[in-house]
Design a protein around this ligand. Structure first.
Ligand code: FES
Length: 351
């Protein structure tokens, strides 16, 4: 060690040793050989600098106290509705502005004081914590097993069969209380998810214009949303029923439709599918006309409307149910029945 280093060591406060790491390594063959020697900070070797840091930290904490008092005073002093022009925010409530500023200063000053304290005055000597084998030696393991066996014997767990068996019974039964609480989730849906308001002869109402939908309204490349006729948009029933009955309609060239049933259930290439995603029921809204894919925005399930709306990507487990449609005497699109299977996730309703 050089004489210069020795002179530095003499000036260090107790507990601060410029060669601390090296001294520890010298006596510890397992110490990390890469741990650098401690470099003293100015506060470690100059008591006046340490005092300055101390005053700075105390000043920040005092500033925080003052800001907190100012926060409380603002709360009492300023009415909620009084505002003023404060550059660059414009007209703002004086109360909200002063509460924000004073609380911000109070919290910032505590944080800044703590950081300055840690960086300049608390010990910054790096200490290596060496790893030791974590497996217990055989004699310790044997002792633990012996203690466990002794404890089990003393508890009478094996001997007092009545207590043991009733305890197992109690532990097995207690989770049933959670099952009973399921009742509070509401009544079971029973058959309500199996059917929708769609039925033979119900006209398709354009949800945009609220007029009956005609085949000529459905142009290639567009995505049209429809609901069954007779549903009042402002009624409570609408909220309940539209979640099952919402329909999306596209026009596809008949020779591009790959699925035979889809073609049979369409009208001149106009196909109608449930708008409710079969994953967890989000409404589908994105249509790519080149590929006839629709995308659910929630988890990106993608369905091919030219191929029976089968799932081609994402977590949905089923194709979108199709509604069979035709045209009535007035030339409007109408349903030829309900969906053939439950719409949406319908986890327990599908066969
Ligand atoms: S709800 Fe449609 S992908 Fe999840």
């Amino acid at each position: 060690m050089s004489s210069q280093e020795n002179s530095v060591d003499e000036n260090l406060p107790s507990g601060h040793d410029a060669t601390h790491g090296e001294v520890e390594r010298a006596g510890d063959p397992f110490a990390d050989p890469g741990l650098p020697a401690h470099k003293p900070r100015i506060q470690d070797i100059d008591e006046r600098a340490a005092k300055r840091s101390e005053r700075t930290v105390a000043g920040l904490f005092l500033l925080s106290m003052v800001a907190t008092v100012a926060f409380i005073a603002s709360f009492v002093a300023f009415p909620v509705d009084k505002s003023a022009f404060i550059f660059p925010f414009g007209h703002v409530s004086i109360l909200h502005f002063s509460l924000g500023v004073t609380l911000g200063v109070a919290l910032f000053a505590i944080g800044a004081g703590a950081v300055h304290w840690a960086r300049t005055l608390m010990s910054d000597v790096e200490v290596a914590d060496d790893r030791h084998p974590i497996e217990a030696p055989p004699e310790v393991k044997a002792k633990v097993l012996q203690d466990f066996a002794a404890g089990a014997a003393e508890s009478g767990f094996g001997r007092r069969k009545l207590i043991r068996n009733t305890m197992f019974g109690a532990l097995a039964l207690v989770p049933l209380s959670g099952v009973v609480l399921l009742r509070d989730l509401g009544p079971l849906p029973e058959k309500k998810l199996r059917s929708t308001l769609w039925a033979r002869g119900k006209q398709l109402i354009n949800m945009n214009t609220m007029e009956p939908l005609r085949p000529e309204d459905v142009v290639t490349g567009s995505l049209t949303f429809a609901m069954p006729e007779g549903l009042d948009q402002h009624s409570e029933e609408f909220q309940k029923e539209i979640a099952k009955a919402a329909l999306m309609i596209v026009r596809i060239q008949p020779d591009e439709i790959k699925d035979k049933q889809e073609l049979d259930w369409s009208h001149q290439g106009i196909v109608a599918f449930s708008k409710i995603c079969t994953h967890v029921g989000c409404p589908i809204s994105l249509y790519e006309q080149q590929t006839h894919h629709v995308l659910c925005p929630c988890h990106q399930s993608t369905f091919d409307l030219s191929d029976g709306a089968r799932v081609i990507f994402g977590p949905a487990g089923h194709a979108l149910p199709q509604l069979r449609i035709g045209v009535n005497a007035e030339g409007n699109l109408e349903a030829l029945g309900d969906f053939a299977e439950p719409v949406g996730p319908a986890f327990w309703e599908r066969g």
